[in-house]
Write a protein that binds this ligand. Structure first.
Ligand code: FPP
Length: 238
């Protein structure tokens, strides 16, 4: 891994391809998500070991409710299983968990488990692990607009005085750095409503490997490629 010259502060991952992996192996889609959860475990562990500051993973979008009840049920069960079985190890590794998305729209047991994970790890100072569940970037932006509009209507803030910092403070990701590197597996090249505001200057990479097959070697390659990118943020590096 010697070729990684500069680590991103914030990595975001769209974990795509579980369904195609399951189909290719003649398995139910739920099995693809289960294998995808194994990949997620190893990527979280590696990010923590490498000293990456923040990792954001897209686990369930506001649009994923359109999938079959069986698939939604399987994903919800996996979420509950994951947060119940992994919380001790994550806490031991000093990982701080934050859920991005609307927890109120989730079934009771899942909501309780996510709140418990956030509360238990609130004081941890290691990897900032953000898991997007019932998350959509447009929904996040709209919520921030409503919050600021409410404050303006109550006379707490003048509309013309609203700053980018005020807006960012109203997002689920408040206090986190912008995304430096976005990885989407399975070869699809879309953002699919993930962290649209936070990815304004993200470097992006789209490995063709399906998420259940995404290895530590693949992760290291993405990180190494990031280290070689010339980032200008709209300016010029002379
Ligand atoms: C996209 O693959 C993946 C998802 C919609 C779910 C991702 C969830 C996990 C990896 C596991 C559960 C999460 C946690 C936190 C335990 P797809 O099904 O859209 O793949 P396809 O495009 O090949 O059909």
């Amino acid at each position: 891994m010697s070729e990684i010259s500069k680590l991103p502060r914030h990595v975001a991952i769209i974990m795509d391809g579980n369904g195609r992996w399951a189909k290719a192996h003649k398995l139910q889609v739920a099995q693809g998500h289960r294998r995808g959860t194994e990949t997620l475990r190893s990527i979280i562990r590696e990010s923590s070991d490498l000293g990456i500051e923040a990792l954001s993973l897209y686990a369930f979008s506001t649009e994923n409710w359109k999938r079959s009840p069986a698939e939604v049920g399987a994903l919800m069960s996996l979420l509950l299983e994951y947060f119940t079985s992994e919380i001790d190890e994550l806490d031991e590794k000093n990982v701080r968990i934050r859920i991005l998305g609307d927890k109120d729209g989730l079934p009771g047991p899942q909501k309780q488990a996510l709140i418990a994970a956030e509360n238990r790890t609130r004081e941890n100072t290691g990897l900032k692990l953000n898991i997007a569940i019932n998350y959509g970037a447009r929904d996040e932006i709209l919520r921030a607009v409503k919050e600021l509009a409410g404050r303006a209507a109550r006379g707490e803030i003048a509309p013309e005085a609203i700053t980018a910092a005020d807006f960012e403070a109203a997002l689920y990701t408040h206090g986190l750095p912008d995304v430096d590197l976005l990885i989407r597996t399975s070869g699809e090249m879309r953002l699919s409503n993930f962290l649209l505001y936070q990815c304004a200057y993200a470097e992006m990479t789209f490995p063709t490997v399906l998420w259940p097959d995404f290895s530590l070697e693949d992760y290291h390659s993405a990180l190494a490629a990031f280290g070689k990118r010339d980032r200008r943020f709209g300016g010029r590096n002379e």
